[in-house]
Design a protein around this ligand. Structure first.
Ligand SMILES: O=C(O)c1ccccc1NCC(=O)[C@H](O)[C@H](O)COP(=O)(O)O
Length: 215
């Protein structure tokens, strides 16, 4: 079982789709930045963000492409175009699809929508096919729903795969996050609660959050 629960988790800011706020957020040096390649998302990269702007980000920031039910070839083509370091598969991708992306040389984050009665047994077939899990709140959209789930559901997590904690994390969670001791917790994923508009992040709010977490 991973034992890093007492350490400061890594930080990922997801759903970047605006060139100006991308620069401002990159200056805060988060560990990961996420880019959404799901056309139905309000944060779809689409025409809003040229690949060159993403490719030009500092190498220390790992760039994560977020995909929903794409095949491995589509994911890998975007990875090459945008110079992404990880693929986050946020739909109903099978372990085989995850393994195919990984076989293309790209570490995989497999997202799961968590609600009451979440069946942790469904994770087992993915062990060995993914590098990380991401636990997000179940909701009407595949992601970016802006609501938190009951994190105590993860208290008994006992798999070797580290995970990102996502779903509605916002400034009001600082105290709870500072005291959070969850086995396997690797990173916090921040998105809609730090936006001025979908895809446009509020760098000031993020900076205050980062500082409060690290204080
Ligand atoms: O954010 C989206 O619009 C989105 C749409 C479809 C699939 C995934 C999406 N986001 C992926 C993320 O990793 C988000 O950060 C995660 O869902 C948490 O978002 P939020 O609840 O807004 O904090």
């Amino acid at each position: 079982m991973p034992t890093n629960s007492h350490l400061m988790p890594h930080l990922k800011v997801c759903g970047m789709a605006d060139a100006d706020s991308l620069q401002a957020v990159a200056a805060l040096q988060p560990d990961f930045l996420g880019f959404i390649f799901y056309p139905a998302s309000k944060r779809y990269v689409g025409e809003r963000l040229p690949a060159a702007a993403v490719r030009a980000l500092p190498a220390a920031i790992r760039k994560v492409g977020v995909f929903v039910d794409d095949d491995a070839a589509t994911v890998l083509a975007r990875v090459r175009e945008f110079d992404l370091q990880l693929a986050q598969l946020h739909g109903h991708e099978t372990p085989e699809t995850c393994a195919a992306v990984r076989a293309g040389g790209v570490p995989v984050v497999k997202a799961f929508a968590v609600g009451e009665g979440f069946d942790f047994a469904q994770l087992q077939p993915y062990v060995g096919c993914v590098d990380y899990f991401l636990f997000d709140t179940a909701g009407p959209q595949p992601g970016g729903n802006g609501t938190a789930f009951d994190w105590t559901l993860l208290q008994d997590y006992n798999l070797t795969v580290p995970y990102f904690l996502a779903g509605g994390i916002g400034p009001e969670h600082v105290a709870a996050l500072r005291n959070l001791r969850l086995p396997g917790l690797f990173a916090l994923d921040l998105n809609s609660r730090f936006e001025t508009a979908p895809g446009t992040k509020d760098a000031g709010r993020l900076e205050a959050f980062f500082q409060a977490l690290k204080a």
